[in-house]
Ligand binder design. Structure first.
Ligand SMILES: Nc1ncnc2c1ncn2[C@@H]1O[C@H](COP(=O)(O)OP(=O)(O)OP(=O)(O)O)[C@@H](O)[C@H]1O
Ligand SMILES: [Mg+2]
Length: 278
């Protein structure tokens, strides 16, 4: 095929995909990007459980894991299985965690789950676009998107491809994490992404022996940063060893244990997000 015809064909395919993406996006009412400047602060945990919390309130929820190098959503939710394609449209069928909650991640598409994904920007952008255009998502009240840390290709692609996405920024209370939150806030300003608010995670550990709180990563740093930046603090979550154990098992049994301070704080955050976005 002559070069010019080839590039015309590619452009036409891209335009067709743009149209498909625009159509699909109409089905996602509220869109949230869970982000942070720093790794390991609990984004994926919060993204997964926020999606489940909203689904348990009877909302229709989609959870999209765009951490293409380190997907952790399927494991956190104990989801196995592959993305099958639907006979009629040929679109991929997202995994179902609950009857009203759908999940998409790169992990179920990988034959070897432990293989490293070594992709550069353009390939990642293409995959994220396909996560919208080529997946048979149901219309949903909430689309929750889990991102890798930082302000790289993934959050930028979401900002460009999914308009009106609002950021939920996750931080831990100590200064090193707060410094990177300020970068996330500036990223949002630069790409015109509204920030719904900040969640402070790993805020204090209750000693299981004496019941006193140990401020392992300090405390209240999130509240101070949110105030300075004019952002809402959506809530604070304590350090909770059970969350690590349950996350590793792919269990959400903690959600039914209201004796855990983490559960009570988390439920408040789910209520706040639902109230702010009705
Ligand atoms: N409040 C908490 N208490 C105790 N452990 C927690 C809490 N929140 C998250 N964790 C644990 O911290 C680890 C990192 O969490 P998670 O994978 O959600 O972080 P992340 O920000 O998505 O990381 P990455 O930047 O690598 O994507 C996990 O083992 C998780 O179980
Ligand atoms: Mg993560």
């Amino acid at each position: 095929m002559p070069q010019e015809e080839g590039s015309k064909g590619r452009r036409a395919a891209m335009e067709a995909q743009d149209t498909e993406i625009m159509e699909k996006l109409k089905g996602f009412k509220n869109r949230f990007l869970i982000m942070s400047g720093k790794g390991g602060v609990g984004k994926s945990t919060i993204a997964a459980y926020l999606a489940v919390g909203l689904a348990k309130k009877d909302y229709q929820v989609g959870l999209m894991d765009v951490d293409l190098h380190g997907p952790s959503i399927p494991r956190l939710l104990g989801l196995r299985g592959n993305i099958e394609s639907s006979g009629e449209s040929g679109k991929g069928i997202p995994l179902k965690f609950l009857p009203n909650m759908e999940v998409m991640s790169i992990e179920p598409l990988l034959a070897d789950k432990d293989r490293a994904t070594i992709w550069r920007g353009p390939l990642k952008i293409g995959v994220i676009r396909q996560f919208i255009s080529d997946i048979a998502w149901s219309n949903s009240d909430y689309l929750i998107i889990d991102c890798p840390p930082g302000t790289g290709d993934e959050p930028l692609t979401i900002a460009q491809v999914i308009p009106d996405t609002r950021a939920i920024i996750v931080t831990t209370p100590q200064e090193i994490s707060l410094a990177s939150v300020r970068k996330s806030i500036n990223f949002c300003r630069q790409v015109n992404m509204e920030a719904l608010g900040l969640i402070e995670n790993m805020s204090g550990l209750r000693c299981p022996y004496c019941g006193k709180t140990i401020d392992l990563f300090k405390t209240d740093g999130g509240a101070v940063t949110a105030k300075r930046a004019g952002l809402s603090l959506l809530g604070s979550l304590p350090l909770e060893p059970d969350i690590v154990l349950e996350g590793d098992k792919g269990s959400i049994a903690w959600m039914d244990n209201n004796d855990l301070p983490y559960t009570r704080s988390f439920n408040k955050i789910v209520d706040t997000v639902a109230d702010l976005t009705k």
